[in-house]
Design a protein around this ligand. Sequence first.
Ligand code: NAP
Length: 493
Amino acid sequence: MSNKYKMFIDGEWVDSSTNERLETVNPYNQEVWATIPQASNKDIDDSISAARTAFETIWKKISGAERANMMVKLADLLDQEAERMSILETTDNGKLIRETKNQMHFSAKGYRFFAGLTDKIYGEVIPLENQDLFDYTRREPLGVAVLITSWNSPISLLTNKLAPALAAGNTVVIKPSEHASVTTLELGKLVEKAGFPPGVVNIITGDGRVGDYLTKHPNINKISFTGGTETGKRISRNASENLVPVTLELGGKSPNIIFEDAEIDRAVTGAVAGIFAASGQTCIAGSRLLVHRPIYNQVLTKLVEKAKTIKLGNPLDPTTEMGPAANEAQYSRILSMIEAGKESGADLVLGGNEVNGEGLEKGYFVPPTIFANVENSMSIAQEEIFGPVLSVIPFKDEDEVLQLANESKFGLASGVWTTDMRKVHRLSREIQAGTVWINTYRTAAPSAPFGGVKMSGYGRERCIQAIHDYTRIKNVMINYAEDDRDPFSMQTK
Ligand code: NAP
C-alpha cells in the first residue's frame, strides 16, 4: 500500500483542492510507494498568501536570535531523524543510503551555519562629505521566496536555499520535484516540531506546471532554483514579468584534469568519485576526464579496472556503490546519450549495455560507462548526461587542456590533479567555473561558496554571501543641519 502524503500550507496538512494526485515510483523496483498532491492554482495562491501574511505579521518582526533558535532545533531534529529520512530519500530517488544519510547530517550543519548568521546581518554607516548628514544602510529581507529543487538531492539542495532564506527573515514556498517530493514533505513535519509559526514555511507539490505558475506569480519577491538549464531559462523569463530576482543553480559538464605529475592512484579514485558517485546524477559530475597524453593509457587502464569492480545493487544496502537512475525519463535519456556516443565514433571501453545480475532486474540500472578517445566537440562531451557516463579526452599540454576545459557552455565545477604548485595557481585562475578542486573532487562545506558561471547559472549558495541574495539594501539619510536648503536643486553636498 502506498503512503498518501499531504502538502503543508499555512501550518495545515492539506490535499490538493482538486484532489488530483501523482504517483511516486521507487526506481529500484518500479513500485508505486507513495502518492503526492498535484497542487492547483488555488493551492499555490493560498500558499503564497500564507507566506505573505506570515512575513508581514510575524517573521519580519521577530529577532534574529529567535529565528536562530528554531533553525538550530530543526538541525537537531534532522540529525535525530537522519536514518529515517535517508531511507525515505533513497526509496524515492535511488541514491545510495550511505550518501543520503551523510547529506541529512550535512544539511543539519547547513541550518546551524546560517543560524549563526541571523544576528549578524549588518548594515553600514556611510561616511559623507556633508557633516550634517548621517547615512546608514539596513539589510532587509525580501519577503516571500519561492524555492524549487530537483530530484537528485532534495534535502541537501533545499538546505542551500531554505537556510539562508529563513536566516535573513524571509518566508518561503517550496516546490520539490514531482519525482522526489517525500523527504521535503517530511521536513515540513520537522519544521512544525521546531516551532516555526504557521505560514513561514509552505510546501506544495506537483509537476512542472506548479513551478511555472509559481514563478510567474506577482506576489513573490525572490526565486531560487536548482535544476536543468532550459528550465532555468524559462524561470528567468517568468521572473522578468515581475522583475523578481533569481538565483539559478543549473547543469554542468565539468572537466576533471589529470596531469602527468599527479599522484595517479588518487587521481583515478577522484575520477571515479567524479562520475560514478550518485550514478553520475550530480550537477558537479566530472563527466569530462582530461588526461595528459604520457599517462593516458595508464590512467585509462586503472580507471577501467576500478570501474569494473563497482558494486551495483539495492541503494538501501550500505555496501552498494551504484544505484539505479532516479526515474524512467532519466534512464531513457542516459541510454539515448550512450547511443549517441557509440554513433559518434568514440571508443566504448566499458559498460554501455544493459545490466544483468541478481537484484538488478527491475531497477533503472545503467552500468559504469566509459568512452575513450572522445573529441571535445562530440555531444557526449558537450551535453550534460546526468548519468554514469564518462568521456575521456587526451591532452598534450597546459594550453590545450585549458582550451578544452573552457570549451563548454557550462561552468559549474572542475578538478585538477597535479603536484606542481605553479600549475595549481595558473589553472585555478584560468578555468571558467564556480569551483576548482585541486587534488580532490566532490568535496563540500556549508561555508564554501557554491554556484556556476555561463550556462551553469548565477548566484552563490552555502557561504556567508548567500544570505545577501535574500536581503536588499535600504539607504537611510538623516539631515540634522540647522539651516534650510534650496528646494530647486538636488542637494549633493
Ligand atoms: P528540471 O527538469 O529542470 O526540474 C527542476 C525543478 O523544476 C523540478 O522541481 C521541476 O518540477 C521544476 N520545473 C519543471 N518545469 C518547470 C517550469 N516550467 N517552471 C518552474 N519549475 C519547473 O531538472 P531535474 O531533471 O529535476 O534536475 C536535473 C538538473 O538539475 C540537471 O541539469 C542538474 O545538473 C541540475 N542540478 C543542478 C544543481 C546545482 O546546484 N547547480 C544541483 C542539482 C541538480 P518537476 O520535476 O515536478 O517537473
